[in-house]
Ligand binder design. Structure first.
Ligand SMILES: C[S@@+](CC[C@H](N)C(=O)[O-])C[C@H]1O[C@@H](n2cnc3c(N)ncnc32)[C@H](O)[C@@H]1O
Length: 250
């Protein structure tokens, strides 16, 4: 299959919300066993620094209920779960994800850490209204079938004064850098996919999902539409990565 045919195939697979949900679940199911190693290789370990920054920006406090949505193998939950050494003690950390094999890896890693694991779809969260203090989403927004619907769900489950912090790939400026970065992602994704899984499509998906993702500035606007206030974004590495944040009004 040529590179162009592969791009077209991935685009066709993620064109409707239902198809995208199934495609994404299948993909993460296939790559779960080497997901963490591939992340370290593709970001030269930097994703760990960005994740710690995202957790700091969530301003987690004692007794907070923290939701790590699209938790995958649980990096963010593990950072939050270790919070007592950082001076705060959350009352509950819930790691929620659609893909069971990702969570199985996470469970193996989390050991004694006080993290509860929950299989669910971000489009329809099984939490009562105003029951969560902080929500973190690491590299999840880009994968959701309907971003607006997920942000409305998060607004619903967060308490007044609650905070949402997300970390994901972004779109860089200027445009030449954005184009170059997308090409880099395609190439490095193909290599990583082949080395790790003998499958170049798995990580080519990152670049394709990013092409249809509204990215950091539009995500801030979508958060406002969903009812968050003080929404904004912080660019990392010239905007190739970004953290978005927003608060629920008191
Ligand atoms: C790139 S991984 C991120 C994992 C982890 N948060 C991290 O930062 O390393 C994306 C995760 O989003 C999950 N996901 C995708 N669509 C989802 C949905 N509709 N509901 C819940 N989780 C979803 C996938 O199963 C996958 O584990």
């Amino acid at each position: 299959m040529s590179s162009l045919q592969m791009k077209d195939r991935i685009r066709a697979e993620i064109v409707t919300p239902e198809a995208k949900r199934d495609y994404v679940q299948g993909l993460f199911g296939r790559i779960a066993d080497r997901y963490d190693l591939t992340n370290d290789l593709m970001s030269a370990g930097l994703h760990r620094r960005w994740k710690r920054l995202a957790v700091n920006m969530a301003q987690i406090g004692d007794g907070h209920v923290v939701l790590d949505l699209a938790a995958g193998t649980g990096d963010l939950s593990l950072i939050v779960g270790a919070g007592s050494t950082e001076g705060y003690e959350p009352s509950l950390v819930v790691a929620a994800d659609l893909t069971v094999p990702m969570m199985q890896r996470g469970r193996e890693r989390s050991g004694a850490a006080a993290v509860r694991w929950l299989a669910c779809d971000a489009m329809d969260l099984p939490f009562p209204e105003a029951s969560v203090d902080r929500c973190l989403v690491g590299y999840g927004l880009r994968n959701f079938p309907d971003l607006g619907q997920c942000l409305r769900e998060l607004r619903r489950v967060l308490k007044p004064g609650g905070r949402l912090v997300t970390l994901d790939f972004g779109r860089a400026e200027p445009q030449w850098l954005d184009r170059a970065y997308l090409r880099y992602l395609e190439a490095s994704g193909s290599v990583a996919g082949w080395i790790m899984h003998r499958d170049i499509e798995s990580y080519r998906y990152i670049a394709e999902s990013l092409r249809t993702y509204p990215a950091q500035r539009a995500v801030a606007t979508l958060m406002q539409y969903a009812g968050f206030v003080r929404c904004g974004s912080l660019d990392l590495m010239f905007g190739t990565m970004a953290i978005n944040f927003g608060d629920v009004p008191n």
